[in-house]
Design a protein around this ligand. Structure first.
Ligand code: ADP
Length: 249
């Protein structure tokens, strides 16, 4: 409050959003630091052990170099995904909105990931109706969302399981679902899996950055759709996203 003439001037400002952004930024930085520390610590130990003499044992050297490669790939993937996410969030990525044949996109992505699924002993199926109307989206980005969802489905489903991608029309939207018969997601974790860096039951799987679903959510929402997950622990998960349908003339 500032005295002004006979009265005073009262200035009221709502700082909620500012404070929220500060917290988000703070959490984000502490998360990144945490996530980067693990592969860096592994690299350090591997390098030190090699330096201390293990270098004479050819087999061990090979194994260590392999591990160094994996950790470096992990770091590179994290940096790529982070810069991708920040570009999408800041609206720097320009979307090319055009009619998209989802049946074709699902077919292509399924074929691309078939070898990976087979290596994991899984059957990969696409269930697409013959006459699916076109969706409105950015083909390359929609592909990216599907790849992220299918990667996860394959990663979190034990051998002899099944991953099925299906599409259906509801109102003026087209829904794409990726269903797996995998480990599922605990109910407590389910509301949080689309957050950056969030991973359910960290001990379960080593790899992964926890950024894939955050990226998928940003893309789908930027395209005017929604994305959500349903899951039963031990039985499997279904991830669904919607895209607007091309308006009938
Ligand atoms: P990442 O897969 O790199 O860990 P994501 O953002 O793609 O990161 O996924 C976040 C978390 O959501 C995963 O770590 C996992 O706990 C959970 N999750 C995602 N997809 C599935 C799935 N199909 N089945 C079980 N859990 C899943």
């Amino acid at each position: 409050a500032t005295p002004l003439g006979d009265g005073s001037l009262v200035h009221i400002q709502d700082l909620t959003e500012l404070r929220r952004l500060e917290t988000v930024r703070h959490d984000f930085i502490s998360n990144i630091s945490h996530e980067l520390r693990t592969p860096i610590a592994s690299l350090k130990v591997l390098a030190e052990t090699l330096q201390e003499g293990t270098i004479d044992d050819k087999a061990v050297v090979q194994e260590f170099l392999h591990k160094i490669n994996i950790e470096t790939d992990r770091l590179a993937q994290m940096v790529n995904e982070l810069s991708e996410l920040s570009r999408i969030e800041s609206g720097e990525v320009s979307l090319k909105i055009e009619p998209v044949d989802l049946g074709e996109v699902v077919g292509q992505v399924t074929e691309r990931l078939r070898a990976q699924a087979e290596r994991g002993g899984l059957s990969l199926e696409a269930d697409i109706p013959a006459s699916l109307p076109e969706a409105l989206g950015d083909e390359e980005r929609v592909e990216q969302v599907l790849v992220n969802l299918l990667h996860n489905a394959i990663k979190f489903t034990p051998p002899s399981g099944r991953v099925t991608t299906s599409t259906r029309v509801e109102g003026d939207s087209i829904l794409v679902s990726v269903a797996d018969t995998g480990v599922g997601i605990p109910a407590d974790d389910l509301p949080r899996i689309f957050e950056r860096f969030y991973k359910a039951d960290k001990a379960r799987v080593g790899g992964g950055t926890g950024l894939g679903l955050a990226i998928a959510k940003h893309i789908v929402e930027a395209l005017g759709g929604k994305i959500w997950a349903e899951s039963t622990e031990g039985k499997g998960s279904t991830f669904t996203f919607t895209l607007p349908m091309v308006a009938k003339p």
